[in-house]
Design a protein around this ligand. Structure first.
Ligand code: Q9C
Ligand code: ZN
Length: 383
């Protein structure tokens, strides 16, 4: 198993509004530090990348397949605009002032991209947890690049990669069992719907992985192909962005287990089933779980979700992996413990052992437990 990391993912350090206070965002660079330290201490080999200008340009091109061009331009340029206008300092965050609102008379045209720099921050975001500071874009594009690179690497024989980095990739004792690449993405992605940032997400890394897989397959076939793909979202929160991007796509099955009535509040119910194209109905599966649920209750839904994925028969699997399902998480409320992540991983792997997979990091906010929880997941996946 290969684990990809890029130190540039640590540069983004935004602020968010919580209640009446502007505070450092709960989604912090220490999350990644804790995971990489735990991996190194356990003799896992990290493949640490640094994206070149060409990598970044390619990643942006892939992101454009599922993201609005003007939106991405806003995310990459908003801070420098605000900085030169003297509205923010380098470490301060661009945050919204006013959000687009539904028009009361249906015949009115919908909101258009505004010119005003304050208005744009609200037009391209849906909450106050997705601030943009000076170095945010560096991390955002590095994170998306890790997702795209992970997809490329499932196509490279793992022993070649081991040779290239001059070391064995798996820790002693673990077996090489098919192709899985894990990307330590930060910032996360699943709340970004391609037109707006929210929930600490700016580019939907899962969507980038899907597009990258299609590109590799199309290139190999010499013509555009649309292989069946599944996205399994195990973050505590509903991945409204991933759902939105693939809602009417019959080739991409989206399955999510998430806290009922939790952030992002307006999506995630069982009746969001995909469509309107008939082929896409049933290709969106939401499995909400109530507050305080135990791991055995969680496992019932995981088993159900996996049945949908096996039936879809995907050629490729993306796992949006959040550790905010952990019992102590400040943003979650499930009763899931460290060792449960091993069972979770093994259960997914057992059902889909032959399907190449990328695992992308989403949320998880108890910094000192992230490393142990991540290691438990890897142990279960590899066993
Ligand atoms: N500070 C992910 O887990 N609301 N996003 C936070 C409290 C946003 C979670 C409010 C939660 C977003 C990727
Ligand atoms: Zn989450």
């Amino acid at each position: 198993m290969i684990i990809l990391h890029d130190p540039d993912t640590l540069r983004h350090e935004a602020a968010e509004f919580v209640g009446a206070k502007l505070t450092p965002a709960v989604e912090s660079p220490d999350r990644i530090r804790n995971i990489t330290e735990a991996l190194i201490a356990s003799n896992y080999k990290l493949l640490s990348l640094s994206s070149t200008e060409e990598d970044k340009a390619q990643t942006l091109e892939i992101a454009h397949l599922t993201h609005d061009k003007q939106y991405l331009h806003h995310v990459s340029s908003a801070h420098s605009l605000w900085l030169s206008a003297g509205i923010v300092g380098p470490q301060e965050s661009v945050l919204p002032e006013c959000f687009p609102f539904p028009h009361s008379v249906t015949s009115q045209p919908g909101p258009r991209p505004p010119k005003d720099v304050f208005a744009r921050a609200g037009y391209y975001a849906f909450d106050l947890s997705s601030g943009i500071m000076q170095e945010s874009w560096t991390s955002i594009i590095a994170s998306a690049h890790l997702a795209a690179r992970a997809v490329e690497m499932i196509h490279v024989p793992h022993d070649q990669v081991a040779d290239a980095i001059g070391t064995s990739i798996a820790p002693p004792g673990s077996q090489a069992k098919g192709k899985t690449v894990i990307a330590l993405c930060r910032p996360p992605g699943h709340h970004c719907d391609g037109r707006r940032a929210g929930g600490y997400c700016y580019i939907n890394n899962a969507a980038v992985a899907v597009s990258a897989f299609r590109a590799v397959q199309s290139q190999a076939s010499g013509q555009p192909v649309s292989p069946k793909i599944a996205v399994l979202d195990l973050d505590f929160h509903h991945g409204n962005g991933t759902q939105e991007i693939f809602y009417n796509d019959p080739d991409v099955l989206y399955v999510s287990i998430h806290g009922e009535d939790e952030f992002p509040y307006y999506t995630g119910s069982v009746d969001e089933r995909g469509g309107p194209d008939a082929d896409a109905v049933g290709k969106n599966v939401n499995l909400p779980l109530r507050t305080g649920s135990s791991f055995s209750e969680y496992m019932k839904l995981l088993t159900e979700g996996l049945k949908h994925i096996v039936k879809h028969d995907p050629m490729f699997l993306v796992i949006s992996m959040g550790f905010d399902t952990f019992r102590l998480d400040p943003l979650g409320n499930f009763a899931i413990d460290t060792e449960d992540y091993a069972v979770m991983a093994r259960t997914v792997r057992d059902q889909l052992a032959d399907v190449p997979a990328v695992v992308l990091l989403e949320g998880g906010y108890v910094v000192e437990h992230l490393g142990p929880n991540f290691l438990a997941f890897l142990g279960g996946w590899d066993s």
